[in-house]
Design a protein around this ligand. Structure first.
Ligand code: UT7
Length: 329
């Protein structure tokens, strides 16, 4: 019998209703639509508003959508993995909180924190659980309420981020479909360029950490941009080379949506034309762990069984990676 692979058997997603457009941001900070579009590719983002709303409130509708697509009840999920940098709270983990809201009784779950590469880290982990033969239905969710850690007086970062969640279901497959290879990398020396300093054991919350704005995301954009361009392109190229794939074999590149210029550079390095690149950054901005599953959610109607997909990401840590998936549905 062929070995078990972890196939993606359904995709779900959710973005909140409220929009934050470039025109809205131009009223809040010294920026303009032309600068944002030309430097990033972003036109608008979705923002989760409302008292008491947190990342788990993005996870829940995404998982409900996922279950509807697959025709199962949430309670049939064995394990729920949530990739996020904006958990509802430090603990309990967001997977536990979301499971409670979903009335999931039979699953265990945990969060993975790897910033913009979180979904790839979680997907690789979830796939290993399925490949082991011990778990039949693993839901992998990328979800972030980035608006909760964004400083809306800092024009260098507030134009970039949005809120959302995307989810995939992993199930055993014996025909060679699913997650086939993955290269994941990290380099902690990049931490100084992209981080949130306050709130952890290093800088527990005080009046001073609030005054210093340490509970907001900090990014030194240019070095991150430079590392992202080479990191994402190199790892994607390495992945296709080591699996003897050529550009012709790849149906789609599914890139993390941080900046259209980084995405273009990755596609060029892989020899892929624009038609093979999933892009929705214009509508959602950078939703951190949610970008890749939200691309799958938007583009699933264009995917065919057997398509070779390369997922690629780069983010805080630094963390980065690429994953080869043979589409199963
Ligand atoms: O998802 C996690 C990984 N993150 C990334 O991959 C993000 C990587 N970095 C980037 O995408 C880009 O660095 C940014 C989009 C964040 C910034 O683009 P940039 O081309 O690197 O711009 P910059 O930071 O070099 O700024 C250029 C100029 C500066 O003005 P001066 O010093 O040249 O006069 C900035 O002050 O643009 C100015 N600027 C703005 N102007 C209008 C910065 N932000 C804005 C803004 N509107 N929102």
């Amino acid at each position: 019998m062929q070995k078990i692979t972890a196939a993606i058997t359904a995709v779900g997603g959710y973005v909140p209703e409220d929009l934050l457009t470039n025109a809205d941001l131009a009223k809040m900070v010294d920026t303009n639509d032309e600068w944002i579009k030309s430097r990033t590719g972003i036109s608008e983002r979705h923002i989760l508003k409302g008292e008491g709303k947190a990342t788990s409130d993005l996870v829940v509708p995404a998982v409900l959508d996922l279950c509807k697509q697959r025709g199962i009840e949430p309670n049939e999920i064995d394990c729920l993995i949530v990739a996020t940098v904006t958990p509802d709270m430090f603990f309990p983990n967001t997977a536990n909180i979301a499971s409670d809201k979903l009335d999931i009784k039979n699953a265990w779950g945990f969060d993975i924190l790897a910033a913009c590469s979180g979904f790839l880290y979680a997907l690789t982990t979830g796939a290993a659980l399925v490949e082991s033969g011990r778990y039949k239905r693993v839901a992998v969710v990328g979800a972030d309420k980035m608006s909760s850690i964004t400083d809306y007086t800092d024009r260098a970062t507030c134009i970039l981020f949005g809120d959302g969640a995307g989810a995939v279901l992993l199930e055993p497959n014996h025909e060679g479909y699913g997650v086939l290879d993955s290269i994941l990398k990290s380099d902690g020396s990049g931490g100084k360029y992209l981080n949130m300093k306050g709130g952890g054991s290093l800088n527990p919350p005080t009046h001073e950490t609030v005054d210093k704005k340490q509970h907001y995301l900090f990014q030194d954009g240019q070095p991150v941009f430079k590392f992202a361009v080479t990191g994402m392109a190199d790892v994607s190229y390495e992945l296709i080379q080591r699996n003897n794939l050529t550009a012709d074999d790849i149906a789609w590149l599914v890139p993390h949506q941080a900046n259209k210029r980084i995405i273009d550079a990755t596609a060029r390095r892989m020899g892929l034309s624009d038609e093979k690149v999933m892009l929705n950054i214009q509508r959602y901005g950078n939703t951190t762990a949610a970008t890749i599953p939200l691309c799958l959610w938007d583009f699933q109607g264009k995917l065919n069984k057997g398509d070779n997909l390369v997922f690629a990401a780069f983010g805080g840590g630094f963390t980065w990676g690429a994953t080869w998936v043979k589409w199963a549905i």
